[in-house]
Design a protein around this ligand. Structure first.
Ligand code: LLP
Length: 380
């Protein structure tokens, strides 16, 4: 179905983020249905979008929370997630953040290095607690995605390299306040070649056997997030193929009896329900290029400027014959460009423009650069 902005929102001051809660609910229902047969536990990755109304719906749908900062842990608790469904990941957790998460008695820390394990042990001991920990390993599996959002290769800063794992596991004997409950891996984001998840599964199978040979039985495996979405055809594919995604793990991951498998999806849950709505301020014809200058810019949605990401851009007002535009924002940076040589119906000052699939890593990555005011979020 073609995208439609609710009629009353055509009067809303621009730019703003519009969230389609009905699509979010449908996405959550599809995710629930796909996760149920294999009893996969879904922890939603807050980093993709941490707006309370969205989190509350995700929590009510029965999912847990994957957090990467003290702020996100707090937000998850505020949104009603129970601490035993909260996971805290991240390569640089501060002592204050760890202390707060320990005090809240969250389910698990995904630990990424030996020094971090030592700090977890020390701080947990001081609170008279045990920190439940999954070791984040760097599986060296190529996710075939953008270099900036690939995380599971040896060259990335994330996780424990496989070569170091033996030493890390031996060291656990000296960390009495740390309890190893699982393995964690995340290979990257916006992954559309599902075979990457089969490769990850095979790597985890090997590691699991290796750990069992050393006497470590793991009640939990966390395979991370990363399932991609269709940025080119959001109306044709509003909901990702969750069944195919879980099918990869059903087929390739050797799960032990009673073992829980966790996933941490972010983008796939919230990207398609969010749209950045903007107005055309000016159309400027230069010698080589026709620019449509919007009142939204990289301050509202930085993905095109930062990663060269594609977002579908639609003129919601004009039905005129098509012309070609560079669609740019008002910010004082040349990279403040949403798309080059984009074909749109002839565009005029005042036209409403939708930048689609902006629900994930859109509003959360916005900034106040140029002293811009924060765009409002509206929910329907
Ligand atoms: N788990 C871990 C450990 C992660 O690092 C991430 C994302 C996720 C889960 C969720 O991944 P997702 O299901 O959303 O792919 N700002 C970039 C994406 C950065 C992703 C960072 N990590 C973008 O706009 O494309």
């Amino acid at each position: 179905m073609a995208f439609q902005l609710p009629a009353e929102l055509t009067q809303q001051p621009t730019p703003f983020y519009y969230y389609d809660l009905q699509l979010l609910d449908q996405t959550l229902a599809a995710l629930t249905a796909a996760a149920r047969p294999g009893n996969f536990q879904v922890h939603y990755a807050l980093k993709a979008n941490s707006n309370l109304p969205i989190l509350q719906r995700i929590q009510q749908a029965g999912f847990g929370a994957d957090c990467v900062s003290g702020g996100e842990v707090q937000r998850a608790l505020d949104a009603g997630f129970s601490p035993d469904h909260v996971v805290f990941a991240g390569v640089g957790k501060s002592d204050a953040e760890i202390n707060r998460a320990l005090a809240a008695d969250i389910f698990c820390f995904n630990a990424e290095s030996v020094p971090e394990l030592q700090v977890l042990n020390e701080l947990a001991g001081a609170q008279g607690r045990t920190a439940r920990v999954a070791l984040r390993i760097n599986p060296n599996v190529d996710a075939h995605t953008h270099a900036y959002i690939t995380t599971g290769l040896d060259a990335n800063k994330f996780g424990i390299n496989l070569a170091d794992l033996a030493g890390v596991v031996e060291g656990l004997d000296n960390l009495p306040n740390v309890e190893l409950i699982g393995l964690h891996a995340h290979i990257g984001s916006q992954i559309t070649e599902l075979s990457a998840f089969a490769n990850l599964s095979r790597k985890l199978n090997e590691l699991q056997t290796w750990l069992e040979d050393r006497g470590h039985r793991l009640p939990h495996l966390n395979v991370g997030g990363g399932l991609g979405i269709d940025y080119h055809q959001p109306d044709q594919n509003p909901i990702p193929d969750f069944a195919a995604y879980f099918g990869m793990f059903e087929q390739h991951l050797q799960r032990r009896p009673g073992q829980q498998v966790h996933v941490e999806l972010g983008r796939a849950v919230v990207a398609q329900c969010g749209t950045l709505v903007s107005r055309v301020l000016y159309v400027k014809e230069s010698q080589q290029t026709r620019f449509a200058i919007l009142d939204a810019g990289m301050t509202e949605l930085i993905r095109p400027a930062l990663y060269g990401s594609y977002h579908l851009i639609q003129n919601l007002t004009s039905q005129r014959p098509e012309l070609t535009y560079d669609i740019v924002g008002p910010i004082c940076e040349s990279s403040d460009t949403f798309g080059k040589a984009i074909t749109l119906p002839e565009t005029q000052r005042g036209d409403l423009v939708a930048i689609r699939s902006a629900g994930a890593y859109g509003e959360v990555m916005s900034s106040a650069y140029n002293l811009r005011e924060k765009a409002e979020a509206v929910y329907r």
